[in-house]
Design a protein around this ligand. Structure first.
Ligand SMILES: [Zn+2]
Length: 497
């Protein structure tokens, strides 16, 4: 493996830094297809760990996985007016089914066969509401069929001009939940339940504190009644929308004629919800915790939680330290931890440390002959701090360190967020705050779409959420931070990814 390159410091260029961290940790790479990324094994492992945790939560709350087609008839997209408007500008369309040989050589050797044009073009799913609710119409007859709680893990395509690994790519991986309910209250309860799960996942697994709340009309999902979101603040003080949960009302049920017979014998349209998180969360994880030495992965989602690096000079020493290293590895694995034992003899220990650091491994155990003589190993934390730990009971020391790292990452991220949040700012202070440092700005909002648009146009800041009660300021703002009219809700603004 090539010697690790230098990582651009965050303070110098955050965007460069982000790219360097991804490259050094071998998380993802740009692909020959413009706008599309390749997720490399170390990055995909993070996704697998995220999937497992989320999937367990979904299943524990009664959801089941299913799979729907990648292609959607173009006419389906047109059935819900807001929905088509929201996605029309970014869908990929399949119009033909065949290529044919042209008789030429080189890149011109094949061409689209014009005789293979599809009668109805297909769109590559940008999201699956339409195809899923078309099926729901077939499966739902009675109130006894409700609630119907499905989820699918898949890829979606939204044509993007700008690419940023994990944050914005034309194709990305995600899960999309789709449910149907008897009434608004049950759909609302579901949308809220999922928002709570997303928050728990972000905070307990990713150690990424989030605000929860409802999106404004202009920021909600195309076709939804209400959109809820989790929002996190990155180290450059820009926000990232980590996940959304929509109460779709009866919009799609009406468009796709999803009806059920009520207990009383009447016929009603169902109420739907949809909700999703994507590989974008990996971008959020990187930008929440990582430092100038590379990736910092929260222990619960770290592909490798412990790297054991034996140190030796002679063959005899090598045999001794690698023997102990193997034993420690076996013990740690028995405790359910993900461990690597680094026995490469082509690298010096220092270079190995550097590499495991860039990969974001939370705990490193150094095992040298002198440490062994005194019955100990050296435990180094990715987040800083290094000291001896007894060889007997090393598993306990490691487990404790991992728990502490997980907790300290969350605490540090929350402290940073609060330090970079302002409340009750005047218009002038708001403009200065967004321009200078950035962060979450809490303030009164008149509810006016024109006010919202003007703020966005002048400062590039958008309303991330109208926060839930627990995040609101102790005293509700009385006037709109921007126009001075009476405030209808407190809002949180930030520039966002
Ligand atoms: Zn206003």
């Amino acid at each position: 493996m090539a010697q690790a390159q230098k990582i651009t410091p965050r303070a110098k260029d955050f965007s460069e830094w982000y790219g360097d961290v991804i490259t050094q940790a071998q998380l993802a790479d740009y692909s020959p297809v413009r706008g599309c990324m390749v997720i490399r094994p170390h990055g995909y492992r993070i996704w697998e760990l995220m999937q497992r945790a989320l999937d367990d939560m979904f299943k524990a709350t009664g959801h089941r996985n299913a799979y729907f087609p990648l292609f959607i008839p173009m006419s389906f997209l047109a059935k819900e007016a807001e929905h088509v408007e929201g996605f029309a500008k970014e869908v990929a369309v399949v119009t033909h089914t065949r290529l044919k040989a042209t008789g030429k050589t080189g890149t011109g050797a094949i061409a689209v066969d014009p005789t293979s044009a599809l009668e109805e073009p297909l769109v590559v799913r940008p999201t699956s509401e339409t195809i899923i609710y078309a099926m729901f119409a077939k499966w739902i007859q009675s109130y006894r069929d409700l609630p119907l709680l499905l989820n699918q893990w898949c890829n979606v395509v939204r044509w993007e001009l700008r690419t940023r690994l994990f944050l914005r790519t034309t194709e990305f991986l995600w899960q999309e939940g789709h449910t149907a309910h008897v009434d608004e209250a049950d759909a609302e309860r579901e949308a809220r339940l999922i928002l709570g799960l997303y928050r728990r996942f972000a905070e307990e697994w990713m150690a990424m504190p989030v605000l929860t709340g409802v999106k404004t009309e202009s920021e909600k999902f195309a076709g939804a009644l209400r959109t809820y979101a989790i929002e996190a603040l990155m180290q450059d003080n820009k926000a990232i929308q980590g996940g959304t949960s929509h109460n779709l009302g009866q919009n799609f049920a009406k468009a796709f004629d999803v009806k059920y017979q009520t207990a009383a014998g009447g016929l009603e349209h169902v109420w739907n919800t949809s909700w999703g998180v994507s590989t974008r969360l990996i971008g959020g994880l990187i930008m929440t915790h990582s430092d100038d030495n590379g990736l910092v992965a929260p222990p619960k989602l770290a592909p490798v939680q412990v790297a054991i690096v034996p140190i030796w000079k002679t063959d005899e020493e090598k045999q001794q330290v690698s023997g102990v290293g193997s034993q420690v590895k076996a013990d740690l694995e028995k405790a359910g931890l993900r461990v690597e034992l680094d026995l490469r003899d082509t690298m010096k220990p220092g270079a190995k440390y550097f590499e495991w650091e860039a990969l974001g491994v939370p705990v490193r155990l150094e095992i040298g002959p002198r440490d062994l003589a005194s019955g100990q190993v050296i435990l180094a934390r990715r987040t800083g701090g290094k000291g001896p730990a007894p060889l007997q009971g090393a598993t306990d020391s490691v487990t404790k360190a991992l728990d502490e790292i997980q907790a300290s990452l969350f605490a540090a991220a929350r402290e940073r967020r609060e330090k970079n949040s302002i409340r009750g700012a005047t218009k002038a202070q708001f403009i200065e705050f967004i321009k200078d440092s950035g962060g979450f700005a809490y303030g009164g909002f008149c509810g006016g779409a024109s006010c919202e648009a003007e703020i966005k146009q002048q400062t590039n800041a958008t309303i991330r959420v109208l926060p839930d009660p627990e995040f609101r300021s102790p005293e509700a703002p009385k006037t709109c931070m921007w126009c001075g009219k009476p405030s209808v809700a407190e809002a949180v603004w930030a520039q966002a990814y």
